[in-house]
Design a protein around this ligand. Structure first.
Ligand SMILES: Cc1cc2nc3c(=O)[nH]c(=O)nc-3n(C[C@H](O)[C@H](O)[C@H](O)COP(=O)(O)O)c2cc1C
Length: 312
């Protein structure tokens, strides 16, 4: 059975990628997960400089998903390449480096640093960071901001560039198109959904940052819909993310149009989830007589179904 998938020139052994922020820098998991058995590892988002992130509480569980407002705590790109990348290389991990910038120049500068080092397979652009020059509006919530970040990074690196789209927009497909036009090699979606939770007894927000991002199974159907919508308008490979916790969930994203997927919150619940997912994918392939898992991508059958936009 062939579980490999291709994202542009990049060949992954299977479609499973550890989602950024949910797998540290990868090396922390190296004793319990064979990093080379994963399709890839997307490391925690990196700015140019070290960052402390928000004070606690930064994570809250809700009945329908997890809320986080970590504030992009990180060691900065230079410490990452010096302290983490060598071990990732040794462990033969396929490394996606997730990067954030407060300005377009910062994205470019981080990409330049990464391009000088062996062992980086792709750059994932977290465009959910506020653009300080434009008064704090998130790059990924503006079509021009999205286009500008992708083109700036495209200009300085030959590494595959994968912007990660935010779901906190009305028409996510137009953002995928902007990313494609700016020279992206793939898009990943989605990041977390803006959300909040309040302790009714103290009347205080549960997160120190007041608002945070919702992840986990609750967001999956929305993310699947967004992948499906993007598939209609771009030719780029799509990496589906959002609430994946079983092989069936992986397949749902692939059938909707994803080439690969990322798993975040579910790996906190079960750090050994990867073997379970791979076994489940093999079982599905055997049951349906599929030799190449990549053939599943985009095979959704919408015949005898008609989409009415206003359906409620
Ligand atoms: C604790 C936590 C930290 C995260 N940090 C990042 C990050 O640094 N960069 C990023 O692009 N996404 C980050 N994310 C978003 C995830 O990569 C993923 O897009 C999101 O959680 C949805 O997937 P899931 O439902 O499988 O968790 C983070 C998510 C969580 C829960």
């Amino acid at each position: 059975m062939d579980l490999s998938v291709s994202i542009g020139s990049l060949r992954l052994a299977n479609p499973l990628i550890a989602a950024s922020g949910c797998f540290g820098y990868g090396v922390e998991y190296a004793d319990i997960v064979d990093l080379s058995s994963l399709g890839a590892v997307a490391v925690k988002g990196l700015f140019l400089a070290e960052r402390e992130g928000h004070p606690p509480p930064r994570i809250v569980e809700t009945p329908s998903g997890m809320l986080n407002a970590i504030g992009l705590q990180g060691i900065g790109v230079r410490r990452f390449v010096a302290e983490k990348l060598p071990e990732l290389r040794e462990r033969r991990a396929v490394v996606f480096v997730n990067i954030c910038g407060s300005t377009i120049d910062e994205y470019g500068e981080i990409a330049r640093v990464l391009s000088d080092h062996e062992g980086v397979a792709a750059i994932e652009l977290n465009i959910s960071c506020p653009n300080i020059k434009e008064g704090g509006i998130t790059f990924g919530c503006s079509l021009t901001g999205t286009h500008a970040v992708v083109s700036a990074v495209r200009k300085v690196t030959r590494l595959p560039v994968i912007p990660k789209l935010t779901p906190n927009v009305t028409d996510v497909a137009s953002f995928a198109r902007a990313a494609e036009e700016a020279g992206a090699d793939a898009v990943s979606l989605v990041n977390t959904f803006l959300a909040m939770a309040i302790d009714v007894h103290t009347r205080r927000p549960r997160l120190s940052n007041i608002v945070g991002g919702l992840s986990g199974p609750a967001i999956r159907p929305i993310a699947v819909r967004m992948v499906y919508e993007c598939r209609q308008v771009v030719r780029l490979p799509i990496i589906g993310i959002g609430g994946i916790a079983s092989a069936e969930d992986v397949l749902e994203f692939m059938i909707a149009g994803a080439t690969a997927v990322q798993v975040g919150t579910a790996s906190f619940v079960d750090p050994f989830i990867w073997t379970k997912l791979l076994d489940g994918l093999r079982t599905y392939m055997a049951r349906h007589g599929i030799d190449r898992l990549a053939d599943v991508t985009g095979t959704i059958d919408t015949s005898k179904r008609e989409q009415a936009w206003i359906s409620s």
